[in-house]
Design a protein around this ligand. Sequence first.
Ligand code: AKB
Length: 332
Amino acid sequence: SPQQLSADANFHSARPNECPRILITGGLGQLGLGFANLLRKRFGDNSVILSDIRKPPNHVFHKGPFIYADILDYKNLREIVVNNRITWLIHFGVLLSAVGEKNVPLARSVNITGLHNVLDIAAENGLKLFVPSTIGAFGVDSPRHSTPDLCVQRPRTIYGVSKVHAELMGEYYHHKFGLDFRSLRYPGVITADAHPGGGTTDYAVQIFHDALKTGHFESCLDADTRLPMMYADDCLRATLEFLETPNECLTMRTYNVAAMSFSPAELVEEVRKQVPHLSVEYKLDPLRQAIADTWPTSLNDSRARQDWGWKHDYDLPALVSTMFALLQGLDH
Ligand code: AKB
């Protein structure tokens, strides 16, 4: 479209030479626009192309370049990387844990075939490649508490299996072909500006909207199911700081990152400090509960803290007060 062409023209002309040229896949998911905003602040508005297979809402389109990119279409993706002289690829395109179990063939294709396309294009074109991993890459056989970076990983979801595959393939491409592959194992991420789609930790975003809209919250996980969680700003800052860390500081390619752990009951208690009348019902979703029961309750991220200085800013009280301030500001 003419708008797309002009977005591309801006992308080519306005960027200083030393800045990375960044493509984000799955850009309309929970983290895409937030990360594009952070990267655009750092490297300039036209340094980042957001991409997805869906039509973006106007506010996304007006914030900077957006392009159609299908990670399952190798030639389409390669053309975008080549034509825009991309140097960093942020691969957010994925089906999350719960939705993946409901459509295994699609999850296998998006999460595994899509990753293969991204890996090959990144290796062929000398890109820096970031692929998030997850607490879902661990399983019942992993240590449950303070789970370390290196331990047994036998997840039982297609999402988890595909993420272990991504970690291993990325590391293999790094050692075999010199690909600058980097991955962080994200906890459940809590965003104010976007909803997650089909994850096991989604309840921790939903509660804020329900508290403000109806004052009633139905938790799909049991009251005492503790999981590692992180506020979006910490998650995105961790990702950028990690990407900017010189190669020689990294002793690994896939790191745990952590901030806090809480259960639905602990989150409810904190939310009630802002919305005291919140009523809560525990209506378990058997699929999500079964998945959560196999995940770590907390991550050990000491290697990230040691190697590249990771440090979180938000604990549970800070997360809750920030979420309410933002959502009320958005005129809920
Ligand atoms: C999910 O719940 O599937 C994701 C994750 C923790 O990876 N939010």
